[in-house]
Write a protein that binds this ligand. Sequence first.
Ligand code: SAM
Ligand code: SF4
Length: 335
Amino acid sequence: MSFAGSMIDPFGRSISYLRVSVTDRCDFRCTYCMAEDMKFLPKKDLLSLEELDRLCTVFIEKGVRKLRLTGGEPLVRKNIMHLVHELSRHLESGALEELTLTTNGSQLYRFAAELAACGVKRINVSLDTLDADKFRTITRWGDFSRVMAGIDAAQEAGLKVKLNAVALKGFNDAEIPDMLRWAHGRGMDLTVIETMPMGEIDADRTDQYLPLSKLRADLERQFTLADIPYKTGGPARYVEVEETGGRLGFITPMTHNFCESCNRVRLTCTGTLYMCLGQEDAADLRAPLRASEGNELLSSAIDEAIGRKPKGHDFVIDRRTRRPAVSRHMSVTGG
Ligand code: SAM
Ligand code: SF4
């Protein structure tokens, strides 16, 4: 049986991008992402790497062209490079256009060369500050110098690195111009992200939330920003910064809803498929995966899930809405 084709949702959007959270665990505890005392899934609930490979392969056969590994921290999953090696066969065959990952950079110094050897061309590294002390504060457990060594290793291995920074009021807003100059000076794009109300954390999100429209207005006092049509398959809208010659992306789930062009779905490490980052709608793919050796049941479960992909999210952050819009943390679906 062949599953070749494309997955089209009820709003006519073609689903070609799968993000896979390979673990919910992480070696950092970023304050906007996790509580310090997080409860993680028991290891027995996780899909094996072979099961993840099988699931990804069915999605690729059904039209996924771009696959991103994320987490938690994808590079802390045991033997993760085994999965990367396995998936790279789809790059070689041409079925997959891009295999990439989003990482906090802590383990990159170990894996950068191997990732490049597997055909990974670009990676996203999350970095919210260039100040080692502030880095420790925001990540709680992170080591700045290791992330810097990871970025060096990635660039030496020929990987294209894009930095992602969550814009946090009073924390890194004043630092974004320096981060921009630093990133562009090293040939890296920078994308800033609005903080999203996902999962209970120890802090109050209204204190952290910074609308990017405000950040952009502030940046425009120092830089000339020109809107450009550049796209990477994700939701960022890009500008070119005349003074540095580099690109700056804005991911604005709060101030500008980008759902109309959404092409992606998200798979968790237990085989739950989330059709929208900002909604609770989900489908269990673990049961059909394990129910038979063939992929027919799995393929129908995927079709059924895509058939009820929601139109969009409705995130709000204000003083009255105290509870997160979705109860799961970003580390479950990987952002
Ligand atoms: N651990 C990896 C990392 O940090 O890059 C991958 C997973 S992390 C959940 C993916 C991205 O989501 C990171 O760039 C992180 O900054 C972002 N993120 C986490 N929680 C967020 C939130 N509540 N709002 C906006 N972005 C968030
Ligand atoms: Fe870990 Fe990434 Fe969440 Fe930070 S943002 S706690 S690095 S999963």
